[in-house]
Design a binder for this molecule. Structure first.
Ligand code: PHE
Length: 345
């Protein structure tokens, strides 16, 4: 029995020298000190030995067991610190390595154009207002001098939620919401999403508008012309001609449509190779926005005195401006979020 114990001990110690990592050490522990380990088996075997011999063997076994346990403890400490050192070395920063550039995100082209337009008006002293995307018939139509069943409602292909609840078809209801709460002088812009039952290469069900209006004593059409000409020159360049064409909106009188000289053919209607310009359909002009002097009927609903105050209003589609500015012919590109497209702006 004593030889057997000694043999196990010798084997254990000689094998220990070959151990290189914690995994191997654990296997070693199991082999000798585990529940079914060689030494444990010897302990179990004690009961087959004559009672008078047991204390002697028991003592021997204990000495060996303690020895092995101490050895394993020491070995574990050595291995663990070696392990730690290795980890520290491998994770150390190599300052001679080239850096990994951080890829920067960009604003969506629609957001960029929207910000550009808003910034121009902030510089002119306008303030920003907003209203809900889900509107009532009253704010979207009625208060804007568009009665129920009036033919002019056909100007907007409206998406209704309920009989008197709809997705706003334009940002003009914000005019009403602001004027209900505030008295002139007012100089406001209202950027936001609008919705129409419309979808093709130049129309999207959801798109963006920037509304603007100014109300005070003695506001005239000349103020409107000056402001919008400044806006279009800032967006498309000072050299571009701008023209105001008579038009109709129920909430403005008189009303106008504003055109800018075609960005594609320079207003000639034809390209330098003689081909006809498809961007302006040979007219030389691009329609950019609608505007006019706020109709006295709108003021009456708001208890503004039309003899005391006058004002102008305008509304423009941001997708249209972005398409002309960047030379994009399909509006859907803005909403597909293909990174190859978006990265170009
Ligand atoms: N709300 C009009 C539209 O969406 C544009 C507009 C705004 C016209 C303000 C005149 C005054 O078509």
């Amino acid at each position: 029995m004593v030889e057997r114990i000694k043999a196990v001990e010798d084997e254990a110690i000689s094998r220990l020298n070959e151990i290189k990592n914690l995994q191997e050490l654990e296997a070693w522990r199991i082999r000798y000190l585990g529940k079914k380990g060689l030494l444990t088996e010897l302990v179990k075997n004690l009961k087959n030995i004559p009672t008078e011999d047991r204390p002697h063997f028991g003592k021997n076994l204990n000495i060996t067991k303690n020895k092995l346990e101490n050895i394993i403890k020491e070995k574990r400490v050595t291995l663990e610190s070696a392990d730690k050192e290795k980890k520290i070395k491998s994770s150390a920063v190599d300052i001679t390595m080239p850096g990994k550039g951080i890829k920067r995100g960009k604003l969506h082209p629609i957001t960029q154009v929207m910000n550009e337009v808003v910034d121009i008006f902030l510089r002119l002293g306008f303030s920003i207002a907003d209203g809900p995307d889900i509107e009532t018939d009253y704010y979207n139509f009625e208060a804007l001098n568009i009665p129920k069943h009036h033919a002019s409602r056909d100007m907007w292909s409206t998406l209704y939620i309920e009989k008197d609840t709809l997705l706003r078809t334009h940002t003009s209801p914000v005019q009403i919401r602001v004027m209900e709460k505030k008295k002139p002088p007012l100089a406001i812009i209202a950027p936001g999403k609008v919705y129409r039952r419309d979808a093709d290469v130049t129309h999207s069900t959801v798109f963006h508008q920037v509304e603007g209006f100014m109300v005070d004593k003695n506001i005239t059409f000349a103020d409107l012309k000056g402001t919008l000409t400044a806006l279009l020159h800032a967006i498309f360049g000072k050299a571009k001609r701008v023209r105001f064409r008579p038009s109709y909106f129920p909430f403005t009188e008189p009303s106008a449509e504003v055109d800018v000289e075609c960005v594609n053919c320079g207003g000639k209607g034809k390209l330098s190779n003689g081909e006809s310009c498809r961007v302006c359909k040979e007219t030389g002009w691009l329609e950019i926005l609608g505007c006019g002097m706020i109709d006295p009927n709108v003021f009456k609903n708001l208890k503004y005195d039309p003899d005391k105050y006058s004002g102008y209003a305008f509304g423009m589609g941001i997708e249209r401006i972005a398409m002309l500015k960047f030379g994009i012919s399909d509006i859907r590109l803005f909403f597909e979020n293909d990174l190859r497209f978006l990265k170009q702006f």
